[in-house]
Design a protein around this ligand. Sequence first.
Ligand SMILES: [Zn+2]
Ligand SMILES: [Zn+2]
Length: 309
Amino acid sequence: MSDGPPSLPGPGGSRSGRSAGLDPRAQRGEGQPPNPVDLHTHSIHSDGTLAPAALVQEAAQRGLRVLGLTDHDTLDGLAEAEGEADRLGLELVPGVELSTGGQGGEPEIHLLGYFVDREDPELRAGLTGFAGARIDRMGLILERLASIGVPVEPERVRRLAGPGTVGRPHIARALIERGHVADMREAFDRYLASGRPGFVPRPKVEPERGVALIRAAGGVAVLAHPLGTGEVEAVVARLVRVGLGGMEVYYGEYDERARAELGAVAARWGLIPTGGSDFHGPGVKAGRELGGPPVPATSVARLRAAARA
Ligand SMILES: [Zn+2]
Ligand SMILES: [Zn+2]
């Protein structure tokens, strides 16, 4: 179990608070410390466990220099994260993650949008729509659970989500609290996963629409964790047509071989290789520790340039 105090950083530690201007090249040489770039993380504004400022502090303690915040369907955590990043001398890369596809048993396609214009009315309306659809879906899931004798209070689920977007993990936590299940895994395996009695499919958003929303808001659209999307090359071919700009190659859970293969796909299609840990909080998901995968600094420069183009 990992129920200890989650506030202290992992290996490497924070000997003197701030890491005193270490040359990233020197860092890379010895013993694989956390990488200074991580472009895929979540805060409490979606399904992470840390507030944006705490997430940035955690990143600073682990020696990161560049942090991308990519909450699901919301830009609400960015201002707080930016304020803290300024204070600690980190570079914050503003982002968002959109869930698309996933109808009728087909895999979900997640899209990361970097450097979007946060005031873009169409993007804002799109995100509001996604959030509304999420709330409707959560209501339907709770109705189903109640109908099979596994009730949880909607109010409790909302409180567990805090300021963030409501998701199935929050329902799972409510199920655990009520003693219906022992842990998160059982909640999904018995009730919430696809094909289980509490499952309600998400409303369909075409991935093309996700790419278009990001692009129209001046951002760069990046295919997240591509190995989860089924036929990677087919998905890429489909989305490059509508302006996909990058693809995650250096993803937390991918081994070197997967990274090499995905790197080749990205190169073939002229996509910017990006990546990150998909961190949701200390100890929340194995293999997704902050600063895990080796994301090159050039990815950030290329994303920025593409966003301005
Ligand atoms: Zn995702
Ligand atoms: Zn994510």
